[in-house]
Design a protein around this ligand. Structure first.
Ligand SMILES: C[S@@+](CC[C@H](N)C(=O)[O-])C[C@H]1O[C@@H](n2cnc3c(N)ncnc32)[C@H](O)[C@@H]1O
Length: 194
């Protein structure tokens, strides 16, 4: 399973119609995702709108069922993208974040996974957001507007976190899950809202 299959499982399982992708590059994901309505934002290439995410959210009025955040991978920008996306997410919507599990410190380079994981760790503190991380394809964060069933306390700002903190707290902070659990999350919503 990869990020694209996660996104499609959520769209199909939950009957989502409206999809937003931040950071599209060569449209490997954007062109393959099937949804009734799609918007893709990238200042360089791919998607449907040629602009940076900040510029897009400054003018956006739409709501989406699934927002996939995969643009600038540095945590200050990812955090801004998450905050903006949550405002444009439908109540039963899902936020998906790529590159939440860099396999080593080298992968914290902005050209690889960056420091997206630090944003996911801060999300895990919030009482109003339920988040897990699909443990493949460099970590695919899945965030829903639900009470947090396993909140954590990170105790450090995003700027102060280092890769060793991720290694030491990977299970509790990131909540890695298998493809089978991802499918349960995607399909569970059909009847249970879970
Ligand atoms: C890792 S690629 C996206 C890959 C794609 N989502 C996929 O799954 O195949 C990152 C993209 O984010 C774009 N990007 C960088 N900064 C951005 C920003 N501030 N807003 C939106 N996109 C940005 C880059 O131009 C690049 O095309």
């Amino acid at each position: 399973m990869d990020r694209i299959e996660v996104i499609q499982a959520l769209i199909d399982g939950r009957g989502y119609r409206r999809y937003l992708e931040i950071g599209c590059a060569g449209d490997e994901c954007f062109s393959r995702v099937r949804a009734a309505y799609k918007v893709g934002v990238d200042p360089v290439v791919g998607g449907t709108l040629r602009m940076a995410s900040d510029e897009y959210f400054a003018m956006a009025v739409e709501t989406f069922d699934l927002v996939f955040i995969d643009g600038d991978h540095r945590h200050p920008q990812v955090f801004r993208d998450v905050c903006h996306a949550l405002r444009h997410l439908s109540p039963d919507g899902t936020l998906v974040m790529h590159d939440c599990l860099p396999p080593d410190a080298v992968h914290e380079s902005p050209s690889l996974c960056g420091t997206v994981w630090r944003v996911l760790a801060k999300i895990r503190e919030r009482p109003d957001l339920e988040a897990v991380t699909a443990d493949f394809d460099y970590g695919v964060g899945i965030v829903r507007k639900r009470p947090n069933t396993a909140p954590i306390r990170v105790g450090l700002s995003m700027d102060d976190l280092i890769y060793a903190d991720l290694v030491a707290n990977r299970e509790a902070w990131m909540r890695p899950v298998t493809p089978a659990r991802v499918l349960e999350i995607a399909e569970g919503a059909k009847g249970s809202g879970g």
